[in-house]
Design a binder for this molecule. Structure first.
Ligand code: THG
Length: 280
């Protein structure tokens, strides 16, 4: 399964049989006061800097989230996208719960973006899928619905199937649906990671779709988060994760190592190149 994303001149293929694609998470105001301050003045220098440093650290795609209290995201998301795509030539992942903000950003985007996200709620399916079709974007489907979030992996798979079927009905091709199995904090629920891992395995096996996840969610509230994130990342990739949303400065090493171990990095080219960059 190939999900193709594009920037102005660059193409990224998320391939279920290929190496892992990293979606950089850092253009996100959560706990980044400086990003809120600069974005609210429509100053994009810091956002661009975060974009460039993530690409240097191994990001193939950049998640762009401008959500903070009181934001006019219908104006700010397209303005941010416009500024970033002028300076950083990688595809973008438009991260907003507001379909109007997503649509405004799609109007200015060059290439083919990834919408983050739709979910199984009727309201979300009806609002987001027509937009994805109209602008030719790919879309992330979160496996939750009008009944909330289930802890049963089989039920999460059913929601993924429903999102896929509704997308196909809306005229979107199967390749352009990427599933998010919902990664949640293991500090709050000892089964959280297992449920996610099993959902990944089922979606991979039964639907064959590309799969993303917010890779640092699982370690909220715990020390030594990197160890946990790395363990979960390796197991997730083994089960079928293909395009995590993560901090590339921290995750690229384990991603490159896992690709090599799985024979998805011929002659260890990408692993060695990454290590040389790290100077070790
Ligand atoms: N699924 C989908 N989209 C998502 C998420 C998801 N978008 C938002 C979020 N979850 C993923 N993005 C972030 C962005 C920033 C942070 C966490 C997730 C963050 N990180 C800590 C920080 O910067 O202090 C620590 C990160 C680290 O460096 O390890 O704030 O689940 N579809």
């Amino acid at each position: 399964m190939h999900t193709i994303l594009r920037s102005r001149t660059n193409e990224v293929v998320i391939d279920t049989e290929g190496p892992v694609v990293i979606i950089g998470e850092s253009i996100n105001p959560t706990r980044r006061k400086k990003l809120v301050e600069t974005l609210s003045q429509y100053n994009f220098d810091f956002a661009i800097q975060l974009g460039k440093s993530q690409v240097d650290a191994g990001a193939d795609v950049l998640d762009v989230n401008v959500g903070y209290p009181g934001v006019d995201d219908v104006a700010l998301l397209p303005a941010t996208v416009r500024a970033i795509q002028q300076e950083v030539d990688v595809p973008l992942c438009l991260d907003s719960p507001n379909p109007a903000a997503i649509e405004a950003a799609l109007k200015v985007i060059e290439g083919k973006a990834l919408i983050n996200s739709v979910n199984g709620e009727e309201k979300s399916l009806e609002a987001v899928l027509p937009i994805a079709k109209e602008y030719g974007a790919a879309v992330i489907g979160l496996v939750m619905d009008d009944e909330g979030i289930t802890q049963d992996p089989e039920k999460r798979l059913q929601i993924a199937e429903k999102i896929l079927n509704r997308a196909i009905q809306a005229g979107i091709s199967k390749e352009d649906v990427v599933i998010d199995p919902l990664a949640m904090a293991v500090s709050a629920d000892p089964n959280a990671c297992l449920v996610t891992l099993e959902t990944i395995r089922l979606v991979h096996e039964k639907l064959g779709l590309n799969i993303t996840q917010g890779a640092s969610n699982i370690s909220f509230g715990l020390p030594c988060r990197e160890y946990l994130n790395n363990a979960h990342m390796t197991l997730s990739i083994w089960n079928g994760l293909t395009c995590p949303i993560a901090n590339p400065a921290k995750i690229t090493s384990v991603v490159r190592a896992t690709d090599l171990v799985r024979a998805r990095d011929d002659y260890a080219m990408r692993f060695v190149e990454h290590c040389q960059k790290q100077d070790n």
